[in-house]
Design a protein around this ligand. Structure first.
Ligand SMILES: NC(=O)c1ccc[n+]([C@@H]2O[C@H](COP(=O)([O-])OP(=O)(O)OC[C@H]3O[C@@H](n4cnc5c(N)ncnc54)[C@H](OP(=O)(O)O)[C@@H]3O)[C@@H](O)[C@H]2O)c1
Length: 339
């Protein structure tokens, strides 16, 4: 398999997972800036574990599986060049996540290949497991969309929520916006910082709305913290009158009872009562919790994931396992660290 954009955060994380997957052999990793350098030049955690060197994208040769981890818009523009280079293509960008061209236009502008929207399967196994088994073109979900969708999907599916807007707050980390310096990424002056990153207009809103039953009204706000990895999502919604905490439990159990990487975290008391990004760091787990305010019906849903694993490379590898007919959990079963 080959990884395009392997010097970035998403590509580097896919490489880390792929190197320890028993059925994958990574033969090519591209970077324009670091062509000729060993991959550990950029990813020091992989030192001693691989002799791969970066090649420039122009030198890519056809591979069984092509993973693209390019900045937004590059793959869509260069689809004709990259598509023939992989029998199975797994794109981690937002280029082909959406099906609806109007929704795409509203959040991203004109799509260079609107004819291809809808030809990729959204690579979130908890929602599209069966479709992924036969998909040659897969589009990885956005990290914030993953956290939001996993938290809200069972509630909309079960029809538990009042038809009111749902408000989502995402505490995000510095790796969420790529390795290139950006408003969300690391900078010495940002140590210890907590900043509003995207109060309105978050692009992942589009894929959240498109993939929730009934296309409900959902509003996202992102706050940048100085954590390196992790997302903590909280959503505020209102339950229909008459529904109780037991119904919420039931909805989550029905949706996720058989899911290998979703854990419901709900204890009445104790020190680890709520999902915490620390305990899923480096893993493919999504921890989901909730609390109901009985007298108002306000339900607070909480989801913790690692943005680069369950939010990107992990769910993408899970989807690839499905596509290749391998056990879905292969190469992804490691637990997090504690303490
Ligand atoms: N970070 C996250 O948490 C996250 C989560 C989900 C999805 N994603 C998606 O994954 C993609 C990559 O994100 P990232 O965070 O890894 O960004 P990044 O760290 O900036 O990495 C981008 C990669 O693409 C390469 N590249 C840039 N422009 C290129 C071009 N025109 N042609 C060929 N290669 C090019 C870069 O290497 P060279 O410049 O050396 O070639 C680098 O390897 C994005 O589309 C993002 O939306 C990211």
């Amino acid at each position: 398999m080959a990884i395009v954009g392997g010097s970035g955060y998403a590509g580097g994380e896919f490489l880390r997972l792929a190197l320890f997957h028993p059925h994958l052999e990574v033969t090519q990793v591209t970077s324009r800036r670091f062509a000729g350098e060993p991959v550990h030049f950029v990813h020091p955690n992989l030192r001693g574990r691989t002799n791969l060197k970066f090649i420039p994208p122009e030198r890519l040769e056809p591979a069984d599986i092509l993973v693209l981890a390019l900045p937004h818009g590059v793959f869509a523009k260069e689809y004709e060049r990259y598509r023939p280079l992989g029998k199975v293509v797994l794109d981690l960008s937002a280029d082909f996540r959406l099906k609806n061209p109007d929704l795409y236009r509203r959040y991203y502008g004109e799509h260079p290949r609107p004819d291809l929207l809808g030809s990729f399967v959204y690579a979130l196994p908890e929602l599209y497991r069966e479709a992924l088994r036969g998909a040659d073109q897969m589009a990885g979900a956005g990290c914030n969309a993953t956290a939001t969708l996993l938290g809200l999907y069972p509630l909309f599916k079960a029809g538990l929520l009042q038809p009111k807007p749902v408000f989502v707050t995402l505490l995000i980390s510095t790796s969420a916006a790529g390795a290139e310096p950006s408003p969300a990424s690391h900078h010495p002056e940002r140590a210890g910082s907590l900043r509003v990153y995207k109060p309105t207009g978050h692009r992942h809103t589009a894929e959240v709305v498109e993939n929730l039953p009934g296309r409900p009204e959902v509003h996202l706000t992102a706050i940048a913290t100085d954590r390196v990895r992790g997302i903590l999502m909280t959503a505020q919604a209102f339950l229909h009158d008459g529904w109780s905490e037991r119904d919420v439990w039931q909805a989550y159990r029905e949706a996720y009872g058989g899911e290998p990487f979703v854990r419901i975290v709900k204890q009445k008391k104790g020190i680890h009562r709520y999902p915490d990004p620390r305990f899923v760091q480096g893993t493919n787990y999504a921890d989901i919790g909730f609390e109901l305010e009985e007298d108002t019906g306000r339900l607070v849903v909480m989801v913790a994931i690692d943005n680069l694993v369950k939010g990107t490379a992990g769910h993408a590898l899970q989807a690839l396992n499905l596509r290749m007919g391998w056990p879905e959990t292969l190469g992804l079963e490691f637990p997090g660290l504690h303490p």
